[in-house]
Unconditional design. Structure first.
Length: 96
């Protein structure tokens, strides 16, 4: 199990960037569960869309909001559990 996020002074876990890269690193390190801040529940990926106008083909990158846990499980192969506070982290790491 590994955690990524910012721990705020009030004990809440704040959202962060670079989720995909951090998930890939956790998987490569042999981690079996990634704890993410609740604020990272949704992520944006860009999907390529083509359309024709006369003899021209236009390709645009269209943003698409997706569920982070579903994406990371499917694309990286690591399950995700969301946390909102350090109390959530302690509960998950000491549950036995």
């Amino acid at each position: 199990m590994t955690l990524t996020g910012t721990i705020e002074a009030d004990g809440s876990i704040g959202a962060i960037g670079g989720i995909l890269e951090k998930a890939q690193a956790a998987k490569a390190a042999g981690k079996r569960l990634l704890l993410l801040p609740e604020g990272n529940r949704r992520m944006v990926r860009y999907v390529e869309r083509e359309h024709q106008v006369g003899a021209f083909t236009f390709i645009e990158q269209v943003p698409e909001e997706i569920d982070t846990a579903d994406y990371l499980q499917r694309e990286v192969g690591i399950p995700v559990q969301y946390v909102t506070s350090i109390d959530d982290v302690v509960r998950l790491t000491t549950a036995g």
